[in-house]
Design a binder for this molecule. Structure first.
Ligand code: S3P
Length: 433
């Protein structure tokens, strides 16, 4: 589906973004291996999270879904209560599902096969296979290319202390989940702290998990568990979805948007820091805790922006927001440099290539680098036909870019927004009326 975006005079009003994708995935997974019923409210009913539910349904977990109410009840069967799936576990487009579930499957007494769509089949799985194999797991890549499909067979798991070469919450979470089934304390050290929803939520489910700053970076540890206890999970709004409205309100002159109930876990809220460093006027209102996670309302006003450097430990805290930050950079005066973000190359698309290509189509001067990009902002941006590369975050970022551009922008394959934000375009129109 092509989606046409017209330039706007201003964006005004209030919006509540859907539930956090990372937290929704985890609530389903941890609920499935806990004992008792986990009640999830604010659940994100996007394609990725539904892939996670479908994998657990294939392993005998029953869900009561009232998706119009964003409510899901997971009837957990305990750490050893999953059933051998009769078919391949299909993870769709979801890296989070594929990598986290691998940690759980490595600890089961049955064999399983994981596979996903064309994008998943290209994404690197060595990063989880290697630590899992060190733990004794029997996990192999069916085509010998370190990508999905993955075959996982039963094996006894040993605790390891793993120094992760990437600061990735998916890698960290996979190992911690396998650690629930291991024979001692398992730890993962990463150089910069990646999102810590797994640590926070597993602790709420009764696991003994801790995280601390260490000399090489951050270390998360977990002890093997005899059980997890079901609990209620209130999912806050996803800051990665809010990011599009933050950016839109900043670049469309005269805008003022209130975004309600946004999760602002410090391991996720790097966009607020980066945008403010660029000159953004963003007010944090009604700070509170929502389901064990910090949340607030955000009031965003159109602002004049200037270029900055985005690099270092900040990168994991805004990794999914870099395409939309590149859009902000296009509308900012001066140069923005994004560095230390080579991980962008292995997301749903190669986001250095896809962002660069899309921005160039709209007249932006942008140079890709090995681990980021350099954007010369402040020049006129014009509408164009842009390729989403079937990547939800590129589609939404470029839609935002089109709102302040000169002329119409057409987003190709715009339906890919369903991966994380099915109501994105209707929510956007609600602010333009
Ligand atoms: C996620 C972690 C991040 C992020 C992804 C969701 C998660 O990936 O890009 O969208 O839920 O753990 P990495 O852990 O690979 O950086």
């Amino acid at each position: 589906m092509d989606k046409i975006i017209y330039p706007l005079n201003r964006l005004k009003g209030e919006i509540a973004v859907p539930g956090d994708k990372s937290i929704s995935h985890r609530a389903v997974m941890f609920g499935a291996i806990a004992e008792g019923d986990t009640h999830i409210t604010g659940f994100l009913d996007s394609a990725d999270c539904l892939s996670t539910i479908s994998c657990f349904e294939k392993m005998g977990i029953r869900f009561e879904k009232d998706l119009s109410q964003k409510s899901v009840i997971v009837h957990g069967q305990g750490l050893h209560g999953l059933k051998k799936p009769a078919e391949i576990l299909y993870t769709g487009n979801s890296g989070t599902t594929t990598r986290l579930i691998s940690g759980i499957l490595a600890g089961q007494n049955f064999a399983s096969v994981l596979d996903g769509d064309a994008s998943i089949r290209k994404r690197p799985m060595r990063r989880i296979m290697e630590p899992l194999q060190r733990m004794g797991a029997a996990i192999v890549s069916a085509h010998g290319n370190d990508c999905a499909p993955l075959h996982i067979s039963p094996a006894a798991l040993h605790a390891i202390a793993y120094a992760s070469p990437v600061s990735s919450a998916q890698v960290k979470s996979c190992i911690l989940l396998a650690g629930l089934y291991a024979d001692g304390r398992t730890s993962v050290t990463e150089k910069a702290l990646s999102r810590n929803h797994t640590e926070l939520m597993l602790s709420g489910f009764g696991a003994q998990v801790s995280s601390q700053k260490t000399a090489p970076g951050w270390t998360a540890s977990i002890l093997p568990a005899s059980r997890l206890n079901a609990c209620a999970v209130r999912v806050p709004g996803d800051i990665s979805s809010a990011a599009y409205f933050i950016a839109a309100a900043l670049i469309v002159p005269g805008s003022e948007v209130l975004i309600g109930n946004v999760g602002i876990n410090p391991t996720r809220s790097g966009i607020l820091k980066a945008a403010r460093d660029m000159g953004a006027q963003i007010e944090v209102l009604n700070s509170r805790t929502e389901g064990g996670e910090p949340a607030c309302d955000l009031l965003v006003r159109a602002s004049s922006l200037h270029g900055i450097t985005i690099a270092g430990d900040l990168i994991p805290t805004l990794i999914d927001e870099l395409p939309v930050l590149a859009v902000l950079a296009a509308y900012a005066d001066g140069t923005t440099i994004i560095r230390d973000a080579a991980e962008l190359r292995v997301k749903e698309s190669d986001r250095i290539a896809s962002t660069t290509q899309a921005l160039r189509q709209m007249g932006v001067r942008v140079t890709p680098t090995e681990d980021g990009m350099i954007i010369e902002g402040g020049a006129p941006v014009h509408g164009a036909l842009v390729d989403s590369c079937m990547d939800h975050r590129i589609a939404m970022s470029m839609a935002v870019c089109g709102l302040a551009a000169d002329g119409e922008t057409t987003i190709r394959d715009a339906e890919c927004v369903d991966i994380s934000y099915p109501s994105f375009f209707s929510d956007l129109s609600s602010l333009t009326r």
